[in-house]
Design a binder for this molecule. Sequence first.
Ligand code: TXA
Ligand code: MG
Length: 337
Amino acid sequence: MQTEILDFFNQKDAALTKAAELIKNGEVVAIPTETVYGLAANALNAEAVKKIYLAKGRPSDNPLIVHIGDFSELEPLVAEIPEKVKKMAAEFWPGPLTMIMKKSSVIPDITSGGLDTVAVRMPESEAARAIISAAGVPLAAPSANLSGSPSPTNAKYVFDDMNGRIPLIIDAGPCKIGVESTVISFACEPPRLLRPGGITPEQIIELTGDIEIDGAVLNRLADTEKAASPGMKYKHYSPRAEITVVKGSFEAFYNFVKDKDCFVLCFDGEEGHFRNALTYGRENDSASQAKRLFDALRELDEKGAKTVYARCPDISGVGLAVYNRLIRSAGFNIIEV
Ligand code: TXA
Ligand code: MG
């Protein structure tokens, strides 16, 4: 299969027409969102959704997020809309927030990975919204990487993973946020944060009161534990390089790595101290780290890095999402110096 790339801004009509036609015909199209690129298909068409799992090489028990363009499109997808969801949607949709509810019968089992719940998000990006509207159906879309790889934040990285596997990629430039949406379940009480993202626990608690943070957010699940979010049990975001997250001051980090044959993943301005270094944002700016992290992980592979020591981010606010992705990319290899 030839994979075509159309530019959303320079070829808008062609991009929207082609994307809508393919999606209506049960095909998969890679689309930009404000978080990361997604692999989209008609969420209500089981055959189409099956092609997403095939293109990604994703285990079939790992459910997909359903993307909508307007709040009115939520009602048919779910058994009921909890009050807290209405409140959250009014505040944070469109945006990097995915909410899980009991599903209705229109959601095929394959879309929800066999669960009786469904995850729904209303993205903010202009391109994503235009594509949802042109397709006229809710779009199931996981991140557009091969299963296990870092999520792609630009069309080139989508192409690297998906060339020959899908017919079309819509390019709208780099993603604004750079890590995937916050995932929170409202199918339980109190609501449970399954994956941290652009909307922070602090912001959610302020609006809806107490939430629980799932154990898989900060820790590796034991082999015997059942994951509330199936995606959390799989190895994820991993470059080929072996990464170790190093907690401690810059000075301690420097002394620890200075005589080692390795790459370092550090903060902006620190790179001059090392022979092989890549940066992922400013030390006290989680948003800048989120935007850079996945690109930096892919660049480490492009540079042939084998052993990587990474500076540990602060975990407040959006930093929790950065830390959550980084420790997974490191296979939970964390040390303190
Ligand atoms: O920002 C995002 O969320 C991106 C863009 C494309 O929208 N999408 C994304 O999808 O990151 P994906 O499939 O890579 O991650 C979805 C996560 C997985 O960890 C999955 O297990 C979890 O959400 N999930 C989806 N539906 C669920 C459900 N019903 N119950 C529990 N977890 C669910
Ligand atoms: Mg993903």
